[in-house]
Design a protein around this ligand. Sequence first.
Ligand code: WAQ
Ligand code: MG
Length: 257
Amino acid sequence: MNGTLYYSVRMHASIGSKHLSGAERLVTTTVLDRAVSELVSRALSKRVAPDQITVTIDCLGAGRPRILKSLDVTMMPGDDYRAARIAASKVLREIGVSDIPINLALDLLSRGAAPSRQNMRGAILMDGLTGGRLEPDQERGVRATRFDWTPEADHLIRTKLAGYGLSHFRTREALALATKVVHGPGVIAELCWSDDPDYTAGYVASRSKGYVRFSFLKQAGNNRGGRVLFIDHQMSSIQRLVDYLQNEAVLIDCPDR
Ligand code: WAQ
Ligand code: MG
């Protein structure tokens, strides 16, 4: 063996042409088969059985991934999603996002952000000043891949989040994704809530404020959700950001190590 090899593992499950679930991992050879089987179990854990599960494995070679420290988590409790959206807007404004993009983002995520009014599979890239859409494909969006916790941090973050009463895999994965994306070139902030009707939590993330988590950013039973990355108006190369989100391998470490 010539050093540790890293693999990107992506799972996508669908029913007909409809997206059902997806997830990504970044692991070394020794845990590759376990990562694959965990992702397949995930695809099978939905209430409906998928028609198709695609698992794509790409060997990224022996280059060491970039290491980023996890964002700190701040909890914003409260079960009124309207109040939470106002509070989330305030956080975004403090980070430097303008009102037009904030309101547009909330509106798009509430109604299904794709032109077909479906949820998108990836994220919207939005100009943080004008609200202009910057992602190359507005139906699909841009998916962040090639990120994961380091094996040590994966263990620590489970314990740490469990201390806040947060044991769902979604929180751990969203925190890793948010940590990667807010370090992308030109990214000011991210807004996200799940498209899963049973999962009402969401967050605003940024390098300065960390991961600000709201228990309710939508009503229970609502199946609309998504992700918006707010981009610096001065950012000249969206392609550089897309390349970072899709291709740069990033491992997330815990802050207190
Ligand atoms: N890259 C970019 N966008 C994505 C990705 C990705 N890898 N995965 C999902 N999305 C987009 C897509 O539009 C989905 O419809 C939307 O995000 C929501 O995805 O407890 O579970 O997997 O603190 O439903 C946030 C709160 C949960 C977690 C987010 O997202 C917590 C969540 P879901
Ligand atoms: Mg989902």
